[in-house]
Ligand binder design. Structure first.
Ligand code: ZN
Ligand code: ZN
Length: 260
């Protein structure tokens, strides 16, 4: 399930809106989820990894749901929730009205199961791995920043960096950590953030009742959302980044020949 962004992808992303690295990272995350749904739901190793991470993190759990494949969700989360129930059964914690710890002491079979499940001595219901989509997304972002740093002296990259949206804060830091010699990037960031700051100032000025008759420009309106995203970055693939992968709304949400 590996599809790394190339230098050409990076050049293309710098020519589009928003943080170029977020765009490539979220594209990777989206493809990871699509590939999991369509090809890897029955992949034993990946399912084991997903069991360890207790499924996906909140944003990627939402994106998994948005893929509208109910059977893939059912297969994946039946497995996860089943393992939670089994671990609860084996845990020494209290369940129901009777004292479970004393029940554990009194019940050798339960005590044996707890020992076999390795529950004693470690956190009950522990999450022992990162969300695999986060792992893929973050690796793609790191890789894209490596390519940026390696190619920073390339003429085509310099031309592309001369104009366009700034990177988000996290990816700016990541790029600058790789190389202290990125004048074209610094200049792009400076210009992008300065313009954004000035648009916010105009937004504030025009919000004053003395200037309410002055219309806001599209850029000033957009600055409200962009200002937050340029600091936080984004975990959602941009709408204009949709590829040929079309979402299929399945009646009942099924893929053929899948075993739970
Ligand atoms: Zn970013
Ligand atoms: Zn995640």
């Amino acid at each position: 399930m590996s599809t790394e962004a190339t230098y050409e992808d990076l050049l293309d992303a710098f020519g589009r809106s928003g943080c170029a690295i977020c765009r490539l990272a979220t594209r990777r995350a989206d493809r990871f989820l699509a590939s999991y749904i369509y090809e890897h739901v029955n992949d034993v190793d990946l399912r084991s990894q997903i069991r360890s991470s207790r499924g996906f993190c909140e944003p990627h759990g939402e994106q998994f749901l948005e893929k509208l494949d109910a059977l893939a969700v059912a297969i994946t989360y039946r497995d996860i929730i089943n393992s939670l129930v089994v671990e609860l059964d084996a845990s020494p914690h209290e369940r129901g009205s009777s004292g479970a710890f004393s029940r554990l002491i009194a019940n050798p079979w339960r005590r044996l199961r707890a020992r076999l499940a390795g529950v004693r001595g470690r956190e009950v219901l522990a999450v022992s791995a990162r969300c695999p989509v986060c792992v893929a997304e973050s690796a793609a972002g790191e890789r894209a920043m490596d390519v940026l740093a390696q190619q920073i002296k390339d003429e085509r990259l310099s031309r592309t960096l001369a104009e366009g949206d700034p990177l988000c804060l996290t990816h700016t830091q990541g790029a600058l950590r790789r190389s202290g010699r990125m004048p074209a990037l610094i200049s792009r960031q400076h210009q992008g953030w300065s313009e954004l700051r000035d648009r916010l100032l105009e937004f504030i000025r025009k919000s004053d009742h003395n200037h309410r008759w002055e219309d806001l420009t599209d850029a000033e309106r957009a600055a409200i959302v962009t200002s937050v995203r340029t600091v936080t970055g984004t975990r959602v693939r941009p709408a204009d980044d949709a590829s040929a992968e079309t979402r299929k709304l399945r009646r009942g949400g099924t893929n053929a020949r899948r075993a739970p």
